[in-house]
Design a protein. Structure first.
Length: 299
């Protein structure tokens, strides 16, 4: 009898699983990343304005106004995010993937801009004087740029998977491959051992790099695609230019987002019901301040 190939009975660890899914995502997104010459050739590149802390405050105020104007609908949408977080947390406990619980929660900063695209649509419609309900969030799927929006979302999702894989490898390198038996045992190994503190330091440092990269390529990309069908390549380049031209302000904005997400996660992610809609709407108004029309040369 022919010998079985080892791969047939091989049980993938989480890192291998995430790498496999990353390969699928890259394969599917590759064609989307290519410029659509028939639609995007010859388009003028959007201009990027310089902004300051006062502009962040105004974007937050306008975001708050959007939340107030569409309170019931937006809070209903916001309810989805803490529920999804709780489901992921329960899944982590069920699959003995407790070490990935924090990476799962912190990884929301990576995929958050894509998850909030429906909120951008609500702000866009309200800006045009339309009456909006939560169903209008699904208007994103009628956007001419839906392929680019989904493609960029897949890029962020792939980055999220890579982050989870790297976080798991950090855990293996610092605390070993034996899964924790209880939550209390895991907490002791994390907070009372040298390996645990090394894992915390390495995880925060590496996670910060992932978050900054994701933030830089997406801070204005999704609102720009929703507003103008410029293609995924132009959207990412514009986002990188916006980040570079306003580095200090963008770092401040990233700190505000991170702080509100942390506060919104206490207790039991309930605060995200309000925080996520606020940040989503504010991000749209921030995009309006940063990105100008191609013939707008103001800085």
């Amino acid at each position: 009898m022919a010998a079985e190939r080892p791969s047939e009975n091989h049980v993938e660890n989480p890192f291998e699983f995430f790498l496999e899914k990353l390969g699928w995502a890259v394969s599917d997104v590759g064609r989307t990343m290519l410029p659509r010459l028939d639609r995007h050739a010859g388009q003028a590149v959007p201009t990027v304005r310089r902004i300051g802390a006062a502009d962040l405050g105004e974007a937050m105020r306008k975001g708050m106004a959007d939340v107030g104007a569409t309170r019931d609908d937006v809070l209903f949408i916001g309810l989805i995010y803490p529920l999804a977080g709780l489901v992921l947390a329960r899944l982590a406990f069920s699959l003995d993937l407790l070490p990935l619980l924090f990476p799962l929660a912190s990884g929301f900063a990576i995929v958050g801009p894509f998850a909030a695209v429906g909120l951008y649509e609500l702000s866009r419609r309200r800006e045009q004087g339309m009456h909006v309900t939560w169903l209008d969030a699904f208007g994103v799927f009628r956007s001419p740029a839906i392929g680019s929006i989904l493609g960029l979302g897949a890029v962020l999702l792939a980055l999220f998977f890579v982050w989870l894989g790297v976080a798991y490898e950090i855990y293996l390198a610092t605390l070993g491959s034996t899964p924790p038996q209880t939550v209390a045992a895991f907490e002791r190994s994390v907070f009372t051992t040298g390996g645990g503190w090394t894992m915390i330091a390495a995880g925060i440092g590496v996670g910060f790099l992932f978050a900054v990269f994701a933030f830089a390529i997406s801070v204005v990309s999704f609102p720009l695609l929703l507003d103008r069908d410029v293609g995924i390549t132009t959207a990412i380049r514009t986002s990188l230019r916006a980040f570079a031209a306003n580095a200090g302000t963008m770092i401040l904005w990233g700190a505000i987002v991170a702080t509100l997400l942390v506060l919104g996660s206490i207790p039991a992610l309930v605060g995200l019901i309000f925080v996520v809609p606020l940040l989503g709407h504010a991000s749209w108004h921030l995009y309006r301040k940063v990105v100008g029309e191609p013939d707008d040369r103001s800085r």
